[in-house]
Design a protein around this ligand. Sequence first.
Ligand code: MAN
Length: 543
Amino acid sequence: MLVFVFTALSLLSPCLATIPRPRGVAISMASFYKPDVPFQCLDGSKQVPFEYVNDDYCDCPDGSDEPGTSACTNGKFHCTNAGYRPINILSSRVNDGICDCCDGSDEWEGNIECVNNCKELGRKMREDREKQMQLQDSGYKVKLQYMEEGKKRRAEKRAEMETLEQSKVELEALKNEVEARKIEVEGPEKEAKEKHEQAWKEVQEAKKAELDKIKAETAFYEMDENKDNRVDLVEIKAHAQFDVDNNGEVCDSEAREHLEIGEEADHVDLEHFMEKVWPNIRDFYKSPAEQEDKGDNQEIEPKLPPRPGRRYVKNKLPMIERKKLQMREKPEDNMLEPPKATSSGVPDLVVPPTGEEENRVGENKTGEEEAMPEYDDETKQLIAVADAARKQFTDADNALRDAENAIRDLQNYLNLDYGPNEEFSALKGNCYEYTDREYTYKLCGFEKATQRPKAGGSETTLGNWGKWEGTPEDKYAAQKYENGQSCWNGPNRSVKVNMKCGLENKVTGTSEPSRCEYAFDFETPARCTEPPARASDDTHDEL
Ligand code: MAN
């Protein structure tokens, strides 16, 4: 209380500066050093005669009896520093040959001549203070704008959110409605399409069956070399492809097995062939022409026993050519001529399909499946209706999704703490760069911080927005960006952004105080405070 009274008085009345006091004692403490009464050590531990004060011998445990000498190791010397800032220095610095006080009062023995530069320092201090005041002043004006804009933005986002929440409800209802309609019209569409596809499948299967029948008949007549409308044991034995054990000849048992006949029979007719033989051999049967294409005949034919009626020369023609030849030749001239339709119902169909005919039975020229014919008009109409319903559903679904995404974005914005008056919202969505010797650093407000090597290379994420991390008294003094890319053998990268008042938003410095832990200095008007009313002089000096 007493200290306060003296301090207050000293500010109010410059004449108090002339109060007599021992060397090294502040005006505010002068009353404790009264020459006419014994000195009470300031810690209250003992009393000593006043003559003991500054007698260069330490009497008080707290060193208070030697304020102007270096006798006590724990004593304090008060520099008045008139015109500048008064300070207390350690007693050990008194008369140590170094000027510690700007008024030079600590070197009173005269071992060194100190220049009194307190006035100059005072002037500089006042100029700096003035600059600071101006900075705070101008920055605060910008901050007021930020606050206004930030509050407006929050209000707009809230309103937008309410509208979107409302349209979300409507969009959900619309989506359900068009979904129901879609399901309703997709049923008949599916049914009609399946009907059409089933019919097409049946046609295809019929064509395949027809082709298979032709192939079987062709095979039969190809094998029936003596043209007696039967395939005999001898004839089947002439086909090396039935040599199951691969011993170079088709033996009786192999031939019978393929013909599905017992010991008592030695031939099959067309009907038996189609029903029993063809299903067994259709997958591997090769016509003479096919065998020829692969050069198989060269291997097979020398092994065949010469038999009357065999015409190898004709067999070497491609099958289609051979059939054409057969059609031209007179029956009596040609043992290979296919028989006319017989009582067994063998038609003129034995000629294998030409390219055109193959198309007719389900394959196009490239051997691919023939395309399904267009849907009939009624099905087309059902598809059109279903397509329209599907489009309506997709549109409604997309609109709902867009609304949900927009709501999420708004929620993210509104969840952030932009300062007590929304002043930091000015940093949201903006990025600030700073380049040092090695890297370009980037800070995107409330999002992330990155680092990019100047020499080129990929960007490293140093951290994503985490939290405010100032002091308990000043929460908004620093931001923390955390969980950046992991550091080899170290922590995930993180950045502390120290924020102070400045006229514009900018990163003014970066450092890496510990490996992968970065510190950015950031200036922003959002950190400026309303300057207090200017006092004419608040240097608290002891003029
Ligand atoms: C990179 C940079 C540096 C960091 C090292 C750690 O070179 O991100 O800042 O110290 O990785 O290995």
